[in-house]
Design a protein around this ligand. Structure first.
Ligand code: GLN
Length: 275
């Protein structure tokens, strides 16, 4: 007699993962909605699919981020490709996109520069919502640029991608807006040994000893690349809500304001260059 295949419900329970995580992995593998899993909870799963999802469950059990297992992540309602060569886009970063959109009215043909684009999440979201923008997105990592290009292609948006170490290979502009979610975690921060961060590229996370090295570099460079009246928007760490604005004021930026994320933590500094 053939061994019976495990039911969907049994697979989920045997995973020992939080149900929501097990369901998300299973839904992604099968390409179905949650309603399908519920409706078919007592049906057996074809054995190749069962084995495949059990392998995913085991990886998740070992701590691997869900988005690196599925290679997908939703950001600003866009399905994006992600892989271990890029930071996993966070919900907090949607706030950075919102603040940029506020400064980029519909129909705007502003020149926008995104530094450290990673998966391309910010640039692709901006391009999808504001078709007229001229966006340049840069990253020092060739692997990240491959993923970002693929995301732009899948969402049918036009973005100029440049391999650049911050401003090093960027044409003079000037830009109307510079935006970045740079690495801002301090090198010795114990969070680096926890959760998803353990699996993400250090290059995308660590901003030197104090976490401010990249923020500082971007802010310094932005003074030469922004037109007068242009804006700089920077995501920063939850504990940099004072140091990041102070850094920008110190460099001569005006209208420096800090914004909290949905969790109520300081997360984004916005400012204007009037040089
Ligand atoms: N927001 C990420 C975290 O602390 C860090 C990303 C970054 O350095 N830009 O989980």
């Amino acid at each position: 007699m053939l061994a019976s295949t495990p039911t969907i419900d049994r697979l989920i329970r045997d995973s020992r993962l939080p149900r929501s995580e097990a369901e998300l992995l299973l839904r992604t593998l099968l390409g179905c909605e949650r309603a399908h899993l519920v409706a078919h909870a007592d049906d057996g799963l074809e054995s190749s699919n069962a084995r495949a999802v059990q392998a995913w469950f085991a990886r998740r059990w070992d701590g691997e981020p869900i988005s690196y297992i599925t290679r997908r992540r939703e950001f600003y309602s866009l399905a994006l490709n992600v892989d271990p060569g890029v930071l996993i886009p966070r919900a907090e970063t949607e706030q950075l996109v919102d603040l940029a959109l506020e400064r980029l009215p519909r129909g705007s043909s502003a020149r926008v520069l995104e530094l450290g684009t990673g998966s391309g999440a910010i640039a692709v979201a901006l391009a999808s919502l504001r078709a007229g923008l001229k966006i340049t997105a840069a990253d020092v990592s060739e692997a990240a640029l491959r993923t970002a290009r693929r995301n732009a292609l899948e969402h049918a948006v036009e973005i100029e991608f440049v391999r650049s170490d911050w401003f090093e290979s960027i044409e003079p502009g000037p830009f109307d807006l510079v935006v970045s979610n740079p690495p801002y975690v301090a090198a010795a921060d114990p969070h680096l040994e926890l959760g998803d961060l353990r699996f993400e590229p250090r290059l995308a996370l660590v901003g030197g000893v104090d976490g401010l090295a990249c923020l500082r570099k971007i802010a310094e460079g932005a003074r030469r690349f922004l037109r007068s009246g242009g804006a700089l928007l920077l995501e920063h760490g939850y504990d940099q809500g004072e140091t990041c604005p102070a850094l920008l004021r110190g460099l001569g930026f005006a209208e420096v304001a800090d914004h909290h994320d949905l969790a109520g933590l300081p997360r984004v500094t916005t400012c204007v260059w009037r040089g």
